[in-house]
Design a protein around this ligand. Structure first.
Ligand SMILES: C[S@@+](CC[C@H](N)C(=O)[O-])C[C@H]1O[C@@H](n2cnc3c(N)ncnc32)[C@H](O)[C@@H]1O
Length: 287
C-alpha cells in the first residue's frame, strides 16, 4: 500500500470512529425495534455459520448486539460468543441485555477488525453482519477474521444487496440525493453497498484466503414494529449515511426532502408496522 493510501485509510478510520460513536446512543436507544426489524438477517447469519452448542464464536462489528446475542443463545450452554466493535460506545449495553435474556456466555471486547486482538486459530466460527463494507481496509479486516478462525472453522457474512432493491434505503436516500450532487465513494472507502454486486463479497473472501466460499442473494422482509413516523425518527437519529447526506442539504430544502421521504415510507406502512422487502447477500467461507 502506498504512503498516500495509508493516509487515506487513517483518515477514513478517524471518520468512521467519529461517525459511529456519534450515532451510538441512538443505536442503543432503538436496539429492540432494530433487532426485531433485522430478525431475518440475524437468522440468516446464525444458520450460515452453523451455530451449535459448544462453539466459540467471534462476532465482528457487533454494533449494539445483533447477531452476537442470538449467537450466544444458539451456542449455549457450553459455547460462548465475543461481541467486538471498533467503537466501545456501541457495545456499552450488550452485556446487560444478555443478562436480561438469561445469557451468561457473552463477553464484549473493543476491537478493530483490521487488528483483531486474538491469537491465530482461536474461534470455531466468526461472523460479521452489515460490517465488512464499513471496514476502512476490507482486505485486511477479512484477512484478520480468517487468521483468528480455526482451520476448517466457518466464517459467515451478511451484507446489503443493491440500493434499488432495498427500499428501506432508497425511500430515505433518493429525495436527498436528487437535491445534492455527491461525488462517488473513493475506491476502497467504506460504503454501505460495497458488496452489493453479486460475487464481489466472495471475491474478497477468496482473496483473504477463505476456502470453499459460497455466496447467495436472499430476499427477506425488513419490518419495523411501529408506525412510519417512529421508523423515520429512529433512522434519522442512527443512520450514519443519512446523517451525512442531510448535512449536505441546503437548509431550505430539508422540509421538502423530509415530506417526500415520509410519503415514500408511507407506501410500506399500515400504522402498526413498516414492512419493507429487502435483499441481502449471505456469504460463507472456511478457514
Ligand atoms: C451497520 S453497523 C452493524 C452492527 C451490527 N453488526 C448489526 O448488524 O446491526 C456497523 C458497525 O461496524 C462497526 N465498525 C465500523 N468499522 C469497523 C472496524 N474497522 N472494525 C470493527 N468494527 C467496525 C461500527 O462501529 C458499527 O457498530
Amino acid at each position: 500500500m502506498s504512503v498516500s493510501a495509508y493516509a487515506a485509510t487513517d483518515q477514513w478510520k478517524e471518520q468512521a470512529r467519529d461517525e459511529w460513536a456519534a450515532g451510538a446512543a441512538a443505536w442503543r436507544k432503538w436496539h429492540a425495534p432494530f433487532a426485531a426489524m433485522s430478525r431475518a438477517a440475524t437468522d440468516a447469519i446464525v444458520r450460515a455459520v452453523q451455530a451449535t452448542p459448544g462453539m466459540q464464536i467471534l462476532d465482528v462489528a457487533s454494533g449494539t448486539g445483533e447477531p452476537a446475542l442470538a449467537l450466544a443463545a444458539a451456542v449455549a450452554p457450553t459455547g460462548a460468543v465475543v461481541a467486538s466493535d471498533l467503537v466501545p460506545e456501541m457495545l456499552a449495553d450488550i452485556e446487560g441485555i444478555a443478562r436480561r435474556q438469561g445469557l451468561t456466555n457473552l463477553a464484549c471486547r473493543q476491537a478493530e477488525a483490521e487488528e483483531l486482538p486474538f491469537d491465530d486459530h482461536t474461534f470455531d466460527g466468526v461472523t460479521c453482519r452489515f460490517g465488512a463494507m464499513n471496514f476502512v481496509d476490507a482486505p485486511r479486516g477479512l484477512g484478520e477474521m480468517r487468521r483468528v478462525l480455526k482451520p476448517g472453522g466457518r466464517a459467515a457474512f451478511v451484507a446489503w444487496g443493491p440500493r434499488d432493491q432495498n427500499p428501506f434505503f432508497h425511500a430515505t436516500m433518493a429525495p436527498v440525493l436528487k437535491r445534492v450532487q455527491l461525488p462517488p465513494p473513493e475506491p476502497g472507502a467504506p460504503n454501505t453497498f460495497k458488496f452489493a454486486r453479486p460475487g464481489s463479497l466472495s471475491e474478497a473472501l477468496r482473496a483473504a484466503g477463505f476456502r470453499q466460499v459460497e455466496e447467495e442473494s436472499r430476499a427477506i422482509r425488513w419490518v419495523w414494529p411501529g408506525p412510519v413516523e417512529e421508523f423515520w425518527a429512529a433512522s434519522r437519529e442512527y443512520g450514519p449515511s443519512f446523517r451525512q447526506l442531510v448535512r449536505h442539504l441546503p437548509a431550505d430544502e430539508v422540509d421538502a426532502a423530509v415530506a417526500e421521504i415520509l410519503a415514500n415510507l408511507r407506501r410500506y406502512g399500515d400504522g402498526r408496522q413498516v414492512d419493507f422487502p429487502a435483499v441481502i447477500v449471505v456469504a460463507t467461507g472456511l478457514g
